[in-house]
Design a protein around this ligand. Structure first.
Ligand SMILES: C[S@@+](CC[C@H](N)C(=O)[O-])C[C@H]1O[C@@H](n2cnc3c(N)ncnc32)[C@H](O)[C@@H]1O
Length: 274
């Protein structure tokens, strides 16, 4: 089988996807350990039987709706390539907005000690650490999933960020005395038992489901910030959770509650100042 024939084979198998040829090329380039451009300059070169078998297996996984990020163990976030494996949530583009909002607060309020609940693959803390390399920030990030923490660890090594400490712990239970200036989280916020599209079934349930109503973990995070005197909180949330957050925080004597929207104009997160 030549490179060109392999691409055509993959394109046919993945015809139901939005960009079958692109995905076929990404998977073939991954198997051959070459950049995609190589495929075009060597389209008549034969691939060996092992490469062909490997490629066909990956195409089959993609036909079965497994996200391409898990197959290639790569995901792009905020212009950087992160490691990802199927124990951690695949970072979503809307989380880049949380990073921008948090980055502005770090800058304008001179935050130094930052906590993150639910670090996943580490994209939020790592991107902020990269954006503020000139400051002596410290990040303390928790997750209840050892697989997610493994992803975060690999990415911390990849980007050489020594100022991010990881904890296998729920919420902020790892360090009950430390003062934090800012608390960040993109927690699970989908209602338990929601039927999800097939690709989401490859992602870890503990990264998706937030309780019977969906907003339970968000509420708990807000209470933790209040109890721990953390002055600023930035969280991502579901597009339909604004009213719930407003009602929950009504009697908490906040200095400020603001919501931000995603690129589709949907409510996607909030900023709290205590
Ligand atoms: C939606 S994912 C977000 C991952 C990553 N921060 C991102 O934005 O891509 C939520 C993460 O929270 C973790 N998690 C769920 N409940 C938690 C809890 N009580 N304490 C700490 N982490 C939790 C999950 O394991 C998952 O990694």
């Amino acid at each position: 089988m030549t490179i060109q024939e392999a691409i055509i084979f993959g394109t046919k198998k993945l015809h139901f996807l939005e960009r079958p040829t692109l995905e076929s090329e990404i998977l073939l380039a991954f198997v051959l350990k070459k950049p995609r451009i190589y495929l075009h300059s060597h389209s008549f070169k034969n691939i060996n039987p092992f490469e062909e078998e490997h490629f066909k297996r990956l195409i089959l996984r993609r036909e079965n709706f497994e996200p391409i990020e898990y197959i290639t163990e790569k995901v792009s976030f905020y212009g950087q390539e992160f490691y990802i494996s199927n124990g951690a949530l695949i970072p979503r583009p809307e989380t880049e907005i949380l990073v921008d909002v948090a980055s502005h607060i770090i800058q304008s309020k001179n935050c130094q000690s930052i906590a993150e609940i639910g670090v996943g693959s580490g994209i939020i803390s790592i991107t902020l650490a990269l954006l503020h390399q000139n400051k002596s920030l410290e990040f303390h990030a928790s997750d209840i999933s050892p697989e997610a923490l493994f992803n975060a660890y690999v990415n911390i090594q990849k980007f050489n960020r020594s100022n991010i400490a990881l904890y296998n712990s729920p919420f902020l239970d790892f360090n009950t005395h430390q003062h934090f200036d800012l608390l960040l989280s993109n927690p699970p916020y989908i209602k338990n038992k929601t039927t999800l599209p097939k690709p989401l079934s490859f992602e870890p349930p503990q990264a998706l489901f937030g309780g019977d109503r969906g907003d339970e973990i968000l509420h708990k995070i807000i209470l933790i910030a209040k109890e721990r005197n953390i002055p600023y909180v930035v969280c991502e949330m579901g597009y339909d959770q604004k009213n719930s957050i407003m009602a929950f925080t009504k009697n908490l004597a906040l200095k400020k509650l603001e919501f931000y929207q995603d690129l589709s104009g949907l409510d996607r997160g909030f900023i709290i100042e205590f």
